[in-house]
Design a protein around this ligand. Structure first.
Ligand code: PLP
Length: 417
């Protein structure tokens, strides 16, 4: 609140002082949320979520659930069903494992970054034996390396292979569609589990067609919702494994959930208002068309890389076939601190970009370009980064924003160039 100028100070000094204070506290315009999730929640979804909560045991709710499960099946490309939990995606990691495996079971986790490491950690905490296939963090998972590990497992101890489709910490997307043929070639019966937390709604994803048994995802990325919902898509083979799996589970139990879901309900109080938002998100994705949504993400990712290249910086991903549609991790030059850049962007320009996670802390920053985004929003974000690089004193060349704008102005033609 503004106080009156004191008699001892000139009006000018009072005005300058209070202006400085106002500038520090008051933020005009909107915050730029350019994290690789949570992402911007569109006005349509926010309005949908502000509806009064309804009776979660009544007929209106049952209609909502059945409609939603149908829509999610379309988005995942999963006929056998998708389950929805009121949890973050970490909960869905646990649900995938606890419902299909037994204590002491061995699994193979392709570890290529912060999130695959965390999934392996969840598995260990549940009492599973984890074999790690250590992947070059700057490249995609190699299906032949997965096949080689399975071919060597003569006793068929490995019950599941876990892969992160888009490693949000590195900005590397693996070709998940190549895994099932590689696994099948070895004749190994392992389940294939995929984390599609930051790829769903950003990059083509086909649960059934790609022979995936369990897909895990979350609400706060390509689905444009706030955090708070997670998803598990299952296959017939995963449901069969569920029948004999003995890991302890209660909250996450698929059998109970599926029994209630079949009637349009949940075994516990659902996150009703997030489900209203999800209903709207599904409608938006249908309106845009999934192929157009993926093309838009691809265009924005490519524009971001044009900017990075013109700045004279490197993307962390070194595999041109594995660039992420969702987020670009950018390496800062030796001697620079990416954390400082993130702080400058937050404080000076009211923009959040992703910090480096785990071993990449200080070395990279991550520009999220997923979810509800258009070309001008991306242009604003890249302008913020370019200003931030200057303010933070990070050596770079000018012209990144111009390069991105030129690319965006060329539209789809630019993508083909
Ligand atoms: N998997 C990936 C690829 C992620 O990016 C994240 C979070 O960013 C998670 C899993 C964990 O999700 P949550 O934080 O919602 O539990």
């Amino acid at each position: 609140m503004l106080s009156r100028p004191s008699r001892n100070r000139s009006a000018r000094a009072w005005w300058d002082g209070s202006r400085r204070k106002r500038e520090m506290v008051f933020k005009s315009g909107r915050h730029f949320l350019q994290l690789p999730g949570p992402t911007n929640v569109p006005e349509r979804i926010r309005r949908a979520m502000s509806r009064p909560t309804i009776d979660h045991r009544g007929p209106e709710f049952a209609d909502l659930t059945l409609r939603l499960l149908d829509g999610l099946g379309e988005i995942f490309g999963a006929d056998a069903g998708v389950l929805v939990y009121p949890s973050s995606a970490t909960g869905a990691w646990e649900a995938a494992l606890a419902n299909t495996l037994s204590p002491g079971d061995r699994i193979l986790v392709c570890v290529g970054g912060f999130f695959s490491q965390k999934w392996a950690g969840v598995a260990r905490a549940l009492g599973l034996q984890v074999d790690e296939l250590v992947v070059d963090t700057r490249r995609a998972v190699d299906p032949t390396a997965v096949a080689a590990r399975l071919a060597n497992d003569h006793e068929r101890f490995i019950k599941a292979v876990c892969v992160v489709h888009n490693e949000t910490s590195t900005g590397v997307t693996s070709d998940v569609s190549s895994l099932r043929p590689a696994i099948d070639e070895t004749g190994h019966p392992a389940l294939l589990m995929v984390d599609a937390v930051s790829s769903l709604g950003c990059t083509e994803f086909r649960h059934d067609d790609w022979g995936i048994d369990v897909t895990v995802s979350g609400s706060q990325k390509g689905l444009m919702l706030p955090p708070g919902l997670s998803f598990v898509a299952v296959s017939g083979k995963a449901l069969e494994a569920h029948g004999s799996a003995t890991l302890a589970r209660s909250y996450w139990d698929w059998s109970v959930m599926r029994e209630f879901n079949a009637r349009g309900f949940f075994p516990y109080t659902p996150a009703t208002n997030l489900l209203f938002g999800l209903d709207e998100a599904v409608a938006m994705l249908r309106e845009e068309g999934l192929d157009q949504t993926f093309a838009r993400h691809e265009r924005h990712a490519a524009a971001t890389r044009r900017a990075v290249e013109a700045w004279g910086l490197d993307t962390y991903c070194q595999d041109t076939a594995a660039y992420s549609n969702a987020a670009t991790s950018v390496v800062v030059p030796e001697g620079s601190d990416a954390e400082h850049l993130c702080a400058v962007l937050r404080e000076r320009f009211d923009m959040s970009v992703g910090t480096g996670l785990g071993e990449l802390k200080g070395t990279v920053f991550r520009i999220g370009h997923l979810g509800d985004l258009n070309s001008l929003m991306l242009a604003g974000a890249l302008s913020g980064v370019e200003m931030g690089l200057s303010v933070a004193g990070i050596p770079h060349s000018r012209g990144g924003v111009s390069a991105a704008l030129q690319f965006l102005a060329a539209g789809e033609e630019g993508l083909r160039a």
